[in-house]
Structure formats: C-alpha cells, structure tokens
Design a protein around this ligand. Structure first.
Ligand SMILES: O=c1ccn([C@@H]2O[C@H](COP(=O)(O)OP(=O)(O)O[C@H]3O[C@H](CO)[C@@H](O)[C@H](O)[C@H]3O)[C@@H](O)[C@H]2O)c(=O)[nH]1
Ligand SMILES: [Mn+2]
Length: 686
C-alpha cells in the first residue's frame, strides 16, 4: 500500500461540489410542494374526494423530493492520478476480471469477444491479470468464439500496448480508418491486425456445428442451457516471455467457466454466476481485487485498473482504507440511454458525497475479502484481521459451514482474508476443484448468496449486494472521467427496455422488504443515515409509478366532474411555478450532460410501470458495428432507427396509452358539454 506518512501527494483527489444555487432551487421546490400540501389541507372540507387523492399523491412526491434533495446535497466524485502510482507502488496487486454472459442469441458472442479483448489488453502488467468468463448459456458457440479470441489476443494485446491504442475493443477501434497515405510500421501492423480481427469476426459469425468433431467440444455434447454439468477450461495460462515479466507481448490468464445447471435447481441468475466466479478465481489466482463487467460493456479507457488502484492503495492518515469498491459510471455507445445517464449522474455523485456510490452491476472493482462478509470492525489499524475476527473467521469448522465442502476453497478464502496470495498458480491444477465448486448443490446449507459473495434475495443483485457492503461500514468510490471508462449498449426497443426497468423496479422493491432493508435498524451507525435515505429513494423507484399513474388520471376526472384540481386565484401560482421550475430543472439536467432538448421530452413521456413477480430475462443486446460519434461522452449511433421505440404487441405500453386515451376522451367530453351542471364553487364537493 502507498505510504501516506510521507509528504507525497495523494493518489487521488475527492472533488466535492458546493452547488449553493442548486441547493436553493431544491429547497424552493420542496417549499412549494409543502405549500401545496398545506393549501390542500386548508381547503379539504370544500372539495370532494379527488382533493384527498391529489393530496396523497402529492405527499408521496414531496417525500421523494425530500429524498432527492438529501441525495443531491453535496455531490462528490474521485479523480485518480495513475501517473503517481508508478513512483509509489512497485508491485501492483493482482486483479481477477469477471465477464458474465447467459445467452448466445440475446448476447451475440462477438459482443462478448470484444468485451474480453478490451479487458485482456488493459494497461496493467499481464502477469497480474486473469480474465474469467462465465457462460450461463453453456453455449459451444460462445466457447468456440472465446477460444478463437484467445488466439487473436496474442496479436491484439501486443498491438494495443505497443502503439498505446486508446480504445481497446476492436469493433470500436477499427471504426476509424487509417490514414491511407501512411506507410509505416504502424500502418502495416494496423492492417494486419484489422485483417485478423475480420477473420475472427467471420469465424464467429459463420460458426456452425463443425465443432462436434473436435475433442475440445466434447463437454458440450448433449447439453442444454439449463441442463448440463460444470465446464471449466483454461484457454490461456500466463507464461513469462523470454524477455521477462513486463514484456508487452504477454497475455493474461484467460479461463472459461459454465456452472452446472439442472432444471429443478435455483441458479440465482447473475449473482449465482458471480459467486461461482469468485470460487473458481479464488482457487486459481485469488487476486485481492475483482473487476466485474457485464458482457455488453467494454473497457473504453485502457488505464481503468491503474486508476482504481489509486483509490485502493492510498492509505489515509492514521486509519485503514475503508473503500470496499470502486464504481465507474455506465455509459452507452447507442441511444435510448439519456434518462439512465441523467439518473446515474446525480445518484452516482450524490451517493459518493455521503457514504459511497452504489454498486451498479458493471464497471466495478471489488475488494475480494470484503465479499467474504468482512466488516470494518473486523480489522486492525494496519488492515490485518483482529484477533477476535481471526478466531471467528479462520476456524476451519466455521469456514466449512459458511463456504462449503471444498478444502481448497476454504484455504483460498483464509488466504484472501489474511491478504496472502495462493502458494502456486498453475491454473490447470485446480480443474477438479473448480468443477466441484460449480455443482448445483455446492452452495446448499452454506452462506453463499446470504452473507458471502453476491447476494441472492433480489433480482437486482447489484444494489442488494451494495447495501450489504455499506451496512458493514464500508465506503465506496465513484470515478468519473471526461472520457467514458466503460461503454455498453442499451436494449434495442421499448418493450425490451421496459422489461429491464420492470426487473430493476421489482428487484429493488424486493430489497425494501428483505433483511438488508434500509427501513430496518434505522439507528445502526454503520449505514449512515443519509445513505439510508438515499437507498430508500432508490428502492421505492418502482412504487412511484402508482401515484404517477393515478395523478395523470385526475385531470380527466376533474374535467368531467367539473371539480377543481389545483389551487385557484393567487395560489395557482404555486402549481404553475412548481411545474415550470421542474420542467426547466429537468431540461437543464439533460442539456448539461450533453443531451438534446428533444431527448429530454421523449424520456419524460416514456415512464415505467409494472409491479409483479419478476424473473431475470436477459436484456437483448444490439451489436451495431456502425460509426457513432467519437466515444467521447454520450453519443447517438448512425443507425437511422436508433432512439426509436418499437411498439409491438407488448402490454407495457398499456398504462401510458390508457392515460392518453382517457385524457383525450375527457377533453372531447368536456368540449361537447358532457360534464354535470350543478357544482358548488371551488369544484365539485357533493
Ligand atoms: O442468469 C443470468 C442472467 C444474466 N446474467 C448476466 O448478467 C448480466 C446483466 O444482464 P443484462 O440482461 O445485461 O441486465 P442489465 O439490466 O443490462 O444489467 C444491469 O442490471 C442487473 C440487475 O437487474 C445487473 O445484474 C447488471 O449487472 C446491471 O448491469 C449480463 O452480463 C448477463 O449475461 C447471467 O450471467 N446469468
Ligand atoms: Mn446489460
């Protein structure tokens, strides 16, 4: 760890924003909402039930705004200085990088290939990296593609390192053409690498079932995605080059895994896959840090690992570093992402200004030992386990109860907890143990998914795991760069996006009622009070659709019943100012992040709805190898249909369409004089 006692400058800077003006705006809007509620209370007796309904909805909106104000109060972000790392840390820690994929149709293998290549080529010593891909689809096509990738990586990784390539996912890199006049060593290498990448893409696209003949594919014969044994294959074992460690031709370890699936077992979706990855990597490399990337997000900034290390390796004065994970924002190279990016921008910085950003599933570096249920109180000032903790955690019997039957896994966890590395890392020596750790029953009666690893009791395993970590007293950091560090794709159409949002919404509601609920243990010090409020805001996101839906129906009701919905006379200024300010505020948030006014209006119209039992339907990914902007910030693809929603026969548009139709009908009814005639002043009370 970097020495902080010396006068050397810090490896990162935490930038906190003051935002006095915006605080005043937030408070003013809160004040307006409260005045509206007061007005409703004072005039309750003069109005009918619609007044009560409006009051209830607005009370809900006021609480939400209060929580939003709390989140936005003092936003922060982290700026790492990776150049300082080289002077200070000579032996960088290892990092295990995890990619999850689940379906070769919804997640085209060429997408996974690009994600993997961008990881293998990051700017970090290759002997300190290992890339593990978990394939929940148990697809020979994915396996074939990755096997071919491991060969191409021997060309791609040295090329990127030698020429300091900025974007290390080939499908993005080769969107820019080479200056035709150039004839240099670089241009020859560029052309050769491009040719090889095109060969690889063709092979992946044209892949047929020819692999049946290949012994290497035997493990995939007679398998179904939800019925097969564990498969673990080592594609690439890091080997030192003749020139010794540090040579740019070296390629990191690269491993393929697919855990056992049987129809009658719960597999816990991505969380289950992640826990298997934790176990396999624990056996093989046991790196103290783990990077988690979804297969649809590639690394867009080659220095990400070094930047994250700046946060982990800076030792604060007189205490230990409490940062459990470093989360990067998720940016997208296609469109449909505006609302998400705006949301992420204020949530990310907002949480970072309190206890720490939430873990949001992709583009996140975790500390391995924290995932083994370690809390901040378990450590001494030098970061070692306290004697009580050591007794509690390292006792083999308790380890066996928590971690399952594998002795080697227990050993790896004990090593990780004590910050020791595994004694050997010949990866193939652990194939049998790794297969055992992938059995359906391996986790039964253990703590995996309950307190250890990624947590299971929600389909939004990311935020669930996140609150679990923060509740043990850890903090987290949010690195925000001018150039997006990770870039991914969004679902192609409206219904797909809504299925995804429904999963998020219900997954987060599940957490509100599980054992990590921020509503429980309100006086516990470890989850800070404002952090708790911020989580409540996030977890009630799905519930918001109910008052929103009801509120949207009130105008038509009032129109037809000739009742008043909003304050009259001078007090109507409250509603007008509130609506006006909110529209301007939202518009400003969109525009300040580089989006158009048009995209803002579209996003306001397309709101979510949906509360029912959710399963994890993997989002369909679009692989658009079209040129779309420079990669500097949010950009829109050149696809003419980008940003357009497909209105197929999905029921997800029903609520929105229903509201529009009801309101239109009410306006029509009103214009032809359908409303009742006798009503008292102020609208409607009967
Ligand atoms: O049974 C499964 C289901 C999904 N996945 C993987 O999980 C990742 C996320 O799935 P995706 O369909 O892309 O979901 P998103 O909504 O885009 O993902 C966000 O939201 C999820 C929670 O709802 C988190 O798991 C993700 O990390 C987060 O990026 C992908 O790599 C999938 O391959 C699996 O490995 N196994
Ligand atoms: Mn995704």
């Amino acid at each position: 760890m970097a020495d902080s006692s010396s006068s050397l400058p810090s490896l990162f800077e935490k930038i906190s924003y003051r935002r006095y003006f915006l605080r005043a705006v937030d408070l003013m809007m809160l004040g307006l909402l409260l005045s509206l509620l007061l007005y409703r209370i004072l005039h309750m007796s003069e109005n009918d039930n619609v007044w009560v309904v409006a009051f209830l909805c607005e009370s809900f909106f006021t609480v939400i705004w209060l929580l939003v104000t709390c989140i936005k109060w003092n936003p922060a972000e982290y700026k790492p200085y990776p150049d300082r790392l080289d002077e200070r840390v000579h032996d960088l820690p290892s990092v295990d990088m995890f990619v999850t994929t689940a379906d070769p149709v919804r997640e085209p293998p060429i997408l996974v290939v690009n994600t993997v290549l961008s990881l293998l080529a990051v700017n970090y010593p290759a002997n300190k990296l290992a890339c593990y891909v978990s394939d929940d689809g148990c697809s020979p096509l994915t396996y074939f593609s990755l096997k071919e990738t491991s060969n191409f990586a021997k060309i791609w990784v040295p090329f990127c390192k030698k020429y300091n390539v900025k974007v290390r996912a080939p499908f993005r890199y080769f969107l820019n053409s080479l200056d035709a006049t150039e004839d240099s060593e670089f241009s020859r290498a560029w052309k050769m690498t491009k040719r090889e990448y095109e060969k690889l893409s063709r092979k992946v696209e044209d892949a047929t079932r020819d692999w049946d003949a290949d012994d290497d594919f035997e493990a995939f014969s007679n398998t179904k995605p939800n019925d097969h044994s564990t498969i673990v294959k080592v594609f690439q074992q890091f080997t030192k080059n003749k020139e010794g460690v540090g040579d740019e031709n070296e390629v990191p370890h690269f491993v393929y895994v697919s855990r056992e699936k049987r129809p009658n077992y719960l597999h816990h979706y991505k969380a289950g896959a992640m826990n298997f990855l934790v176990r396999v990597s624990g056996l093989m490399t046991n790196a103290p840090y783990m990077l988690n990337v979804d297969c649809d997000m590639f690394v867009n900034e080659a220095d990400v690992v070094r930047q994250a290390m700046c946060i982990f390796l800076q030792k604060p004065k007189n205490s230990i570093n409490h940062c459990a994970f470093v989360q990067y924002p998720q940016d997208f190279y296609d469109s449909n992402c505006e609302e998400f990016v705006v949301l992420q921008s204020y949530l990310g910085r907002g949480f970072a200004g309190i206890q720490g950003v939430m873990y949001s599933g992709s583009g996140c570096f975790h500390t391995r030992r924290v995932m083994y249920d370690l809390s901040v109180d378990d450590l001494e000032e030098d970061g070692s386990l306290s004697s009580v903790t050591a007794r509690k955690f390292l006792d083999d019997e308790s380890l066996a109860a928590k971690l399952g039957s594998s002795k080697e896994i227990r050993k790896s966890v004990a090593n990780a907890l004590q910050r020791k590395s595994n004694s050997q890392n010949i990866l193939t020596n652990f194939l049998d143990e790794a297969r055992e750790a992938g059995h359906c029953q391996y986790e039964s009666q253990t703590s995996w998914g309950k307190t250890i690893g990624w947590l299971y009791d929600s389909t939004a395993e990311d935020v669930n795991t996140s609150i679990g970590i923060h509740s043990r007293g850890w903090t987290s950091a949010y690195i925000y760069l001018d150039q997006p560090a990770f870039l991914g794709c969004t679902p192609p159409g409206g219904p797909e996006a809504m299925v995804q949002q429904r999963r998020w919404g219900t997954g987060m509601l599940e957490i509100l009622f599980n054992k990590h609920s921020p509503l429980i243990g309100i006086f516990s010090q470890k989850l800070r009070f404002r952090q708790r409020l911020a989580y409540i805001h996030v977890f009630t996101w799905g519930l918001r659709s109910i008052p929103e839906l009801v509120y949207c129906l009130l105008p038509s009701y009032c129109l037809l019943h000739n009742s008043a919905l909003f304050p009259k006379g001078l007090c109507s200024g409250i509603t007008v100012t509130l609506v006006g300010m909110h529209c301007l505020y939202t518009l400003w948030e969109f525009v300040s992040l580089g989006f158009s006014v048009h995209s803002c209006v579209t996003d306001i119209i397309l709101k979510l709805l949906g509360v029912s039992k959710t399963v994890f339907i993997v989002t369909k990914k679009t692989f658009t190898a079209t040129r779309s902007g420079t990669g500097d910030g949010p950009s829109c693809s050149a696809d003419p249909n980008a940003g357009k929603f497909e209105f197929d026969d999905s029921v997800y548009f029903f609520p929105g369409t229903f509201i529009v139709l009801v309101n239109l009908a009410a306006i029509a009814g009103f214009s032809v004089g359908l409303q009742p005639v006798s009503h008292i002043y102020g609208g409607g009370g009967k």
